[in-house]
Structures are given as C-alpha cells and as structure tokens.
Ligand binder design. Structure first.
Ligand code: OGA
Ligand code: MN
Length: 212
C-alpha cells in the first residue's frame, strides 16, 4: 500500500471514531471509548502524574463555595493538580494533541463552539469517592462536555472499585476506570458519581470543554 493510502485509511478510521462519539452524544448524552489512548501513552501519562503526585504538587479538591473540610470530605475525597497546556511536558503534549484533534472535529462538524478547556489530574486514594453530582456544581455553566481519561495500571481489577456511575433516563451505566479509556458526557445534563475506591489509588485526568 502507498503511504498516501495508509494515511487516508488512518484518517478515515479516526473520523469514524469521532463520528461515533458525536452519534453517542446525540443519542444518550455520553460516549465511551475503550482505548482512546494506547498502552504506551497511558504509561507516559501515568508516569507524569505519579512524579508530580510524589513531589506533593496535588491539592485536596474543593467544591464551589464550600470551605468546611469535613463537608467537602463527605462529598469528594480526591486530590487534584491543574495542568497548564502551555507548559505541557512530553506526555501531556501527546494527551493534548489527541484531545485537541477531537475538539477541532467537534467544532468543525457540530459547531460546538468550544473555545476554552481546562484539565486536571486526579488521584482518589483508597476509601475516597465523589458523591452523585452535576459538573455545573462548580457554578460554571460554560462547561459543556466533561472528558475523563483513566490512567490506572494494566493490572487494575474491577474489585478495586472506583467505578464511574452515570445516571441516565433508563438507569445507571457503570464504568470501570480501565487504562486508556475515555468517557465524554454532557456536563450540564448527566448526573454522575465516583464509587468508593476499595483498593489501590485511582488515577485519571478530568477535563472540561467550555463555550465562552
Ligand atoms: C469529576 C468527576 C469522574 C471520574 O471530576 O467531576 O466526576 O470518573 N470525575 O473521575
Ligand atoms: Mn463530575
């Protein structure tokens, strides 16, 4: 096969994936892609997360205007670190390249009007969770789409807990946080929850695609 043909075929497959995501969002307000990031990419991103975590760069997460630590802890227990795209390291560049390609496609084909993005690493230590919520909880109605990407080890077991539960009209979708998987959902529409982590720590990047 000629290079140009290989390129076109790859391009076609990527567009097919984007089209599936768009169709899912239209039908049910969320989409799951099992292997959006390949194992090498996940290893690089996990390495970057763990290095920053071990250097004590992460902060206890907050909730809107709430300041009482006990109250916050009863709602969410994760630790986060915001990522600056302008200062992205090599692994983060791979992440942003893929996410930005998707965003560009969404803007071009669906006129989504995504102009701003924000992303943070998250670590849920054993015993922590995030109670059922909407992402507008953060008082930010510009948040249109939430994107979560899981960076757990390949040895992650479903028994470790930490499932993402999305509440839909028809019931619950229970999603195990397996490495490389991304979940995209409409931030203003779908309530969701992170079940308690029963073993190990749960690693991810969460992001929001925002309109102006
Ligand atoms: C959040 C969130 C889901 C997840 O950070 O707001 O709901 O699966 N995360 O980590
Ligand atoms: Mn959320």
């Amino acid at each position: 096969m000629k290079n140009i043909e290989i390129f076109e075929q790859l391009h076609y497959r990527v567009n097919e994936l984007y089209e599936r995501i768009i169709a899912d969002l239209g039908e049910k307000h969320y989409s799951i892609v099992e292997d959006f990031f390949n194992p090498k990419e996940v290893v690089a991103l996990r390495g970057s997360l763990l290095k920053l975590y071990e250097e004590n760069n992460f902060k206890k997460s907050a909730i809107g205007n709430k300041t009482n630590e006990e109250v916050i802890k009863s709602i969410r227990g994760d630790f986060i670190l915001w990522i600056n795209e302008q200062q992205a390291n090599l692994a983060e560049k791979i992440y942003f390249d893929k996410i930005n390609a998707l965003v560009e496609y969404l803007n071009k084909t669906c006129f989504m009007g995504i102009l701003q993005k924000e992303f943070h690493y998250a670590v849920y230590p054993k015993g922590t969770f995030y109670k059922r919520h909407l992402d507008t909880f953060q008082n930010d109605e510009r948040r249109k789409l939430s994107i979560v990407c899981y960076l757990n080890d390949a040895s992650w077991q479903n028994e470790n807990g930490g499932e993402l539960v999305i509440y839909t009209e028809n019931g619950e979708e229970i999603i195990n946080p397996l490495p490389g998987k991304i979940v995209i959902f409409e931030s203003q529409v779908l309530e969701h929850e992170v079940k308690p982590v029963l073993d190990n720590k749960r690693l991810s990047i969460t992001g929001w695609l925002k309109t102006r």
